[in-house]
Design a protein around this ligand. Sequence first.
Ligand SMILES: [Zn+2]
Length: 161
Amino acid sequence: MKFLADIMLKKLCRWLRLLGISCIYAGDFSEDDDEIIKEAMRKNAVLLTMDKKMYKKATDYVKAFLVTNDDLDGQIAEVLKRFKIKISEVPAKTICPLCNGKLEEVKKDELTKKEKEKIFPHILETHEIFWRCKKCGQIYWKGTHWKNMEKRIEKIKKLLN
Ligand SMILES: [Zn+2]
């Protein structure tokens, strides 16, 4: 299942990707309602929006879901619930939050010299496993971000019960 998130739902889109769910972000290509709906049709994606007008218009053409929660945790939970998606293993199935590309696991020795230069030395020293985006090349590791992410996932899991 693939989603297309409306302009207002950038954070939700990034979070779906982190959870391994493919999501196109409308802001990456257009702000025009019709263009956004057309793209959802082309990509066969479920449109996520908070805009009631947009939602009504879209349902004539594509599958759409009206997001009603204002807070991020609630939004993630309502999408997971509605589409019966289980939270998959992070980061094994994580999708690049920046570009929606697939991540591959790489060992420290497999990083190129250029990639190593972009990573702080203390991170390189303390981590053995990294993840590289196959599309944009971004490198990820289990840092502090990760711990925050795990905390949020725990919160979302509680909302799902
Ligand atoms: Zn990427």
